[in-house]
Design a binder for this molecule. Structure first.
Ligand code: NAD
Ligand SMILES: O=C(O)C(=O)C[C@@H](O)[C@H](O)[C@H](O)COP(=O)(O)O
Ligand code: ZN
Length: 370
């Protein structure tokens, strides 16, 4: 097991534990959860798919430590990141009689983590929560850093707060039940971490570590640990995204606009949108003369080799003006002007504010938007 600690100026430090058998072995994950509790009970929030596969092991592991667990489930999928499901989860907290000393456990992918984390931040003005991420995406990214949110039809993650977990338990074994498409989606955020600030990591992901995208356990473990270290370092420096943390949004200005334009449809997962968005960010960077065309081509080749989309037409048909309007509503935008995370090369991302919408429009048309 590897422990990565996340610490920063504005929040209580916590550990991300990455390893095998953390859920199945009651002396591992459940023991760590039990040790953090002020009262011997938790509310586990999960989705219906994950609950049926992995909640029984967690519940019985907790029971061996005298912890009673209640379970609240939402339907699997992005549509659960909504006001309606947030209300239902909050109602379940009240129905279960949770008080301020109780703990919520988010057992699932990024959808469950974002939703349960937001519910934990809101219920009684804030209760503690633990992340037990079950997708690759959630293990390498969403369970770490304290961003919680729901979507609205006008924007992805438009309503949320920063609320850090008390512990993250990333059990690599649970990825064995994850559908291949979801594994590849998570790989997109892994590639993103290399592209932002670690060219050696990106080289490894495109070479010796490439098997991780198809489930090779050793490569997956290493990719999770290296990703978590990168994310923990960035979050520790800038919890509330005053500066450097925005780099973690590489590929997301384009990606979130695509997801919202598609109505959070399952045709494009968040990871696929990020993969495509990163390719677009590199092509846009090359067009603006920030990086070499060769960098953009390499990003595209490594992304395609991982079975992820790299071109707009793979995601659907889009109107450039609609995408620009959505990007102007992105959380990084200031006064309606566009902000992008662009790159001077692989591993050299930077925040670029005040990008000319006419440049963006011309780029989107060249990419195949109408
Ligand atoms: N808070 C953050 O920092 C952050 C970072 C990245 C992404 N996100 C958010 O995360 C969400 C995407 O998360 P995701 O990709 O994990 O999707 P997800 O949570 O929808 O999970 C994907 C699918 O996999 C299933 N699943 C999960 N674990 C499984 C397992 N072990 N075995 C079998 N099936 C399993 C789920 O039921 C679901 O159908 C998006 O909403 C995105 O905005 C948040
Ligand atoms: O943790 C962060 O910061 C990120 O930007 C990670 C992203 O992968 C993630 O999708 C995040 O939810 C996006 O945040 P948002 O602020 O753009 O909604
Ligand atoms: Zn993301």
């Amino acid at each position: 097991m590897t422990a990565v600690s996340v610490s920063g100026a504005g929040f209580a430090p916590y550990e991300v534990l990455v390893g095998s058998g953390l859920l199945a072995d009651a002396a591992a994950g459940p023991a760590r959860i039990a040790a953090l509790l002020k009262q011997p009970r938790v509310l586990i929030v999960s989705d219906e798919t994950v609950a049926s596969l992995h909640a029984p092991a967690l519940i019985s592991g907790l029971k061996t430590h005298g912890v009673h667990a209640e379970l609240a489930t939402v339907p699997a999928g992005e549509a659960s990141k909504s006001f309606a499901h947030l209300e239902r989860v909050l109602d379940r907290c009240a129905e279960a009689g949770l008080d301020r000393k109780d703990m919520i456990v988010a057992l699932g992918g990024g959808v469950v983590g974002d939703l349960a984390g937001l519910a934990a931040a809101l219920y009684m003005r804030g209760v503690d929560f633990i992340q037990v991420p079950t997708t690759l995406l959630a293990q390498v990214d969403s369970s770490v850093g304290g961003k919680t949110a729901i979507d609205t039809p006008r924007g992805k993650n438009l309503v949320g707060v920063f609320h850090q977990p008390r512990l993250v338990l990333a059990d690599i074994d649970v990825l064995k039940t994850l559908p291949e498409r979801q594994l590849r989606s998570g790989w997109a955020e892994v590639l993103k971490h290399g592209l932002i600030c670690d060219a050696d990591f990106f080289d490894w992901l495109g070479g010796a570590g490439a098997g991780g995208a198809a489930g090779d356990p050793a490569a997956l473990s290493e990719a999770v640990v290296r990703s978590v270290r990168i994310k923990a370092a960035v979050v520790g420096e800038d919890e509330k995204e005053a500066g450097r943390r925005a780099l973690l949004n590489l590929g997301h200005t384009f990606g979130h606009a695509l997801e919202t334009a598609l109505g959070y449809d399952e045709a494009l997962t968040h990871g696929e949108a990020v993969a495509l968005g990163c390719c677009m960010a590199f092509r846009f960077s090359a067009r603006l003369g920030l990086c070499e065309d060769g960098d953009a081509r390499r990003v595209e080749a490594v992304t395609a080799a991982a079975g992820l989309p790299t071109r707009l037409e793979q995601a659907g048909a889009f109107a450039a003006d609609r995408l620009i309007a959505l990007m102007a509503g992105d959380k990084k935008a200031e006064g309606g002007s566009l902000t992008f995370i662009l790159a001077r090369g692989i591993g050299r991302a930077e925040v670029v504010k005040g990008v000319d919408p006419a440049e963006v429009r011309a780029f989107l048309l060249a990419e195949g938007a109408a």
